[in-house]
Design a binder for this molecule. Structure first.
Ligand SMILES: O=C(O)CCC(=O)C(=O)O
Ligand SMILES: [Fe+2]
Length: 217
């Protein structure tokens, strides 16, 4: 099987890196090639819910399945298929680009598939609490073909200074990549009216925080 070509653009990182530099968040359409997104969608489609886990909120020490706060199914991504391996390599290239251009000192990247069944949501939250997490940048890649008005499941991003102010609502469109500073931007996933697939991930620094390692893998 020939290798998956992850990007179509010659300069895939320019927009996301300059957005993060200028405002701390970024929404980029067609970040990956269709070939890449189709291969990832095929991978997650083959995963039955019984091979995923109902996501919990919080750290491993107080792990609990808090279905009142979020109700997606997740599976952490290892490089065990050509698509997952190509995805992790591409995100590692993006990580190095952030380090080269913005000196972020990002050490690694971890990501999970997420499935929101009809009726699933994720309440407003931040992905990292100041001084309590290694997570610096959050990423979400959306995999859904033909998402339409009325299908719900929008990502809502809120202002870093006033969390009652919405920065925008974004459908989980195939190939769209959201990136934002993990500690700064509250966000939520509105109730999905059909199955919604994505890959959520985090670029992390290597500080050990009170001898614990993020997150609740
Ligand atoms: O899927 C999304 O749009 C956001 C998911 C999210 O906030 C998370 O997994 O922490
Ligand atoms: Fe989040």
């Amino acid at each position: 099987m020939s290798a998956i070509i992850p990007f179509t653009s010659q300069t895939p990182f320019d927009k996301v890196v300059s957005d993060i530099r200028e405002k701390g968040w970024s929404i980029t359409d067609d970040f990956f090639s269709d070939e890449m997104v189709d291969a990832l969608m095929m991978d997650i489609s083959e995963l039955d819910n019984s091979y995923m886990k109902q996501a919990g909120v919080g750290r491993s020490s107080d792990h609990q399945v808090a279905l009142n706060r979020r109700s997606d199914y997740i599976r952490w991504i290892d490089p065990i298929t050509p698509a997952r391996s190509a995805f992790l390599s591409a995100m590692s290239e993006l990580r190095l680009e952030f380090n080269r251009r913005l000196f972020l000192g990002l050490w690694d990247y971890e990501a999970h598939f997420a499935r929101y069944e009809e009726g699933a949501f994720y309440e407003k939250h931040v992905d990292a609490f100041k001084g309590k997490s290694n997570r610096v940048l959050s990423t979400v890649l959306y995999l859904n073909e033909n998402w339409a008005e009325g299908d719900g499941g929008e990502l809502v991003l809120f202002d870093e200074c006033d969390e009652t102010v919405e920065l925008g609502r974004y459908f989980p469109l195939k190939g769209r990549l959201a990136v934002f500073l993990s500690e700064e931007f509250p966000h939520e996933v509105l109730t999905a009216q059909r199955t919604r697939h994505s890959i959520a991930g985090w670029f992390r620094v290597n500080n050990s925080i009170q001898n614990t390692v993020d997150p609740d893998q």
